[in-house]
Design a protein around this ligand. Sequence first.
Ligand code: PMP
Length: 447
Amino acid sequence: NESLCAVAMSEGRNWLPFSANRLVNGRGDHRVVASAKGPYYTMADGRTVFDTLSGLWCTPLGHGHPRIVEALRQQAETLDFAPGFQMTHAPAVTLAARIAKMAPEGLEHVFFANSGSEAVDTALKIAIGFHKLRGDGGRFRLIGRERGYHGVGFGGMSVGGIVSNRKMFATVMMPGVDHLRHPYDHAHVAFSKGQPEWGACLADDLERLVALHDASTIAAVIVEPVQGSTGVLVPPVGYLQKLREICTKHGILLIFDEVITGFGRMGENFASQRFGVTPDMITFAKAVTNGIVPMGGVIVTSEIYKTFMNGPESAIEFAHGYTYSGHPLAAAVAHTVLDIMEEEGINGRVKALESVLEEEVHALRDLKSVKDLRNIGLTAAIELVPAPEKSALRSVQLFEYGLQKGVLLRVTGDIISFGPPFISTPEQIKEMIQKVRKVLLKCEEDF
Ligand code: PMP
């Protein structure tokens, strides 16, 4: 294993994405993972760590689930590939119907992609195409939100609200993109449990942009119902409802990016159902296949679907699709994932675990390094008191201490995000936070 680590990391042939942490400490041998089972990863150096973020929100049912492995094997034997451009097959057709049934009423058709980034760019293209096909081609503007993450395609990056991600490509970002303020204000909502009471007024930012540009130029608004990658920023009570009202009033499409929140993370099939707001499109990825085979997609209303299918011309004009769209292996895995979620009453389980996670996380408020604690569904975040000039080094250190204590942590700047697997027991969640307390105490000595 030692030589494996050396080859994997020091030669650097495998260009790891987002390797900032590796650059900071100049080495990363101990980041080589060897295997995984249930909610645990075993690293190449033999350490076993609890996966506090379900492999970047992807593996809610844990690793190595025997039923999923078997479904994969069986599908590979029957039909291992079919080009999505030319043909379809039962696993994809029935999966689309099943996902549509799980979605809020009115969202009835699924366009498959293979990742969150692809799903987002597909949704943005559908939004612009929809208006165009209806003779409303002046609607080209897209509105995202500060601190939103929508993947790394040019569309997703443009509507995304992480300025540092866009910096290198600033000259070629999509034109006509604006960003709403993010619905989080530390002064009003710090240490909120679940949805904060304050902040719905921030949805009025959308009216401001409408007044600035004229509604007739705006195609769509895209938001994550809960901003995940940038630290579990929970929507204030009434905020998403207000966005919906403003979009409906002005004929703007509303897209919820549910790549993280979809398929149980909020204790419902989709966050849309938890918050009681139906968008015009939902993007999904990650948990639908428990991270085992890549899959993403967009769920759209009948109105959108019919607009694109209204005669051969409109369908041909939308020249969009992926070689691996609705891949049979992914579709078969997704069916099994959804079977397990249904049979094991996963939404109910998440709701029960939500209160455990909430209580445990908020018990960390006595720590002097903690600036804020947030949670909703089976997600939570610890925001640390900023460590000027030292945040990057501290995030590396937190990760290192985490490995030492047995937890794989997701640290971005001053924020540690949590999204443990749905199969975690209440004891595992408690243990996870106890270990995090030790990690934070150790870090408080250093910073
Ligand atoms: N949208 C959201 C909300 C995400 O969280 C992510 C990934 N973290 C993406 C899009 C991009 O997904 P992918 O990495 O699969 O392209």
